[in-house]
Write a protein that binds this ligand. Structure first.
Ligand SMILES: [Zn+2]
Ligand SMILES: [Zn+2]
Length: 139
C-alpha cells in the first residue's frame, strides 16, 4: 500500500502516459456526441456539472459496489475495493491507481494543493473536460 502511494505521488498530471491517453481519446472526442465517452467497452455520460470538478477534498461518502465502478468487469469484495476519493465509488485496484489535485482545495502548509486517489472514470472526466474547454476556446 505504501509502495503504490509513493508511485502515485511521482505521477504528475501531465505525464507521458497522459499524452498517450489524450491521443487515444482524441479520436473519441471527434465523434463526441450527446456527451458520451467510452472507457474500454463501457459508455459513460459526461456531465460538466459533476461535483468532482469543484470538490475541495476527499469525498467522505463511500459507495460499495459488486463490480468495479470503472471497468464493471472485476468483481469486488470488501477486501479488494479501492475507493475513489473524488466520486467515492468502489473500484478495482487497477482502475484506481492515479492521483490528482482536488480542484478547489486550499493550499497546504507546503504551498501545495492536496491530492486524492482517483479512479479512471473520474480521471477521464477531467481529461474530457480539459479537451472540451480547449476546443471551445478555439471556436
Ligand atoms: Zn476496474
Ligand atoms: Zn471516481
Amino acid at each position: 500500500m505504501v509502495e503504490t502511494d509513493k508511485e502515485a505521488l511521482l505521477d504528475t498530471d501531465v505525464s507521458m502516459e497522459m499524452e498517450a491517453e489524450i491521443e487515444e481519446i482524441d479520436e473519441e472526442i471527434k465523434s463526441f456526441k450527446m456527451n458520451e465517452f467510452k472507457i474500454g467497452n463501457q459508455n459513460f455520460i459526461f456531465n460538466a456539472e459533476d461535483p468532482i470538478f469543484t470538490c475541495t477534498g476527499e469525498k467522505k461518502e463511500k459507495r460499495e459496489l459488486n463490480d468495479c465502478g470503472t471497468c464493471k468487469i472485476v468483481s469486488l469484495t470488501k477486501k479488494t475495493m479501492v475507493f475513489c476519493q473524488f466520486c467515492g465509488d468502489a473500484n478495482c485496484k487497477d482502475c484506481c491507481n492515479k492521483n490528482r489535485f482536488y480542484p478547489r482545495a486550499k493550499l497546504d502548509n507546503n504551498g501545495e494543493k492536496p491530492r486524492g486517489r482517483i479512479c479512471k472514470l473520474c480521471d477521464r472526466k477531467f481529461l474530457v473536460r480539459a479537451i472540451l474547454l480547449e476546443s471551445q476556446a478555439k471556436v
